[in-house]
Design a protein around this ligand. Structure first.
Ligand SMILES: [Zn+2]
Length: 186
């Protein structure tokens, strides 16, 4: 396995102990569920990923921290032109192997319970629950995808503005008076 190959399956507890980190880029096509929503070619689109696993031994929690971003070409639902939707996520995710550990987390913490069926009966710290890290990261970005992608301001559609209304120029009645005055004085 080369240094920059993204691991598809990881064992969070084992890999966290080893201090797993990964930084690099992957083609957007690796995120099949997101790529499906794209229009046109995504050959040049990349996903930037930074992530690391760390272990909170006392609380029996693995933390997955990182940053992920990509741009997805989509169809604007207002003008039907292409619009590039930027997806950016900074995540701090607790990976736990037993639901009973949820109460150890802060109320607003994001978490994932790993392989609930087999790991819960073991209750073993070294439970080799493995997860699909790529799918997990894709989930983070899927949550951010707009249901109805739109340009901030569409170029393709003519939008008339109030400024387009031509102001009528009128003679100032006092100018007219001044003119009359001049005529009378002359
Ligand atoms: Zn548009």
């Amino acid at each position: 396995m080369s240094a920059n190959t993204f691991p598809s399956q990881i064992e969070p507890f084992k890999w966290a102990e080893q201090g797993f980190t990964w930084s690099g880029t992957l083609p957007l096509s690796r995120f099949a569920r997101i790529a499906r929503e794209a229009v046109g070619s995504i050959d040049d689109q990349l996903i930037n990923i930074d992530c690391k696993l760390s272990m909170d031994i006392y609380h029996r929690i693995v933390w997955l921290d990182g940053h992920i971003e990509t741009k997805v070409p989509m169809e604007c639902q207002r003008c039907l032109g292409p619009v590039e939707i930027e997806l950016v996520s900074d995540f701090h995710l607790a990976l736990i192997d037993d639901e009973s550990l949820i109460e150890r987390l802060d109320e607003d913490a994001d978490f994932i319970v790993l392989g609930e069926s087999e790991s819960s009966k073991k209750g073993d710290f070294d439970t080799p629950a493995s997860i699909d890290l790529l799918a997990l990261l894709e989930d983070e970005l899927l949550l951010l995808m707009p249901l109805s992608p739109k340009h901030d301001a569409c170029e393709h559609k003519h939008q008339p503005t109030i400024q387009d209304v031509v102001e009528e120029k009128r003679d100032n009645p006092f100018d007219v008076l001044a003119g009359l005055k001049g005529k009378l004085n002359s």
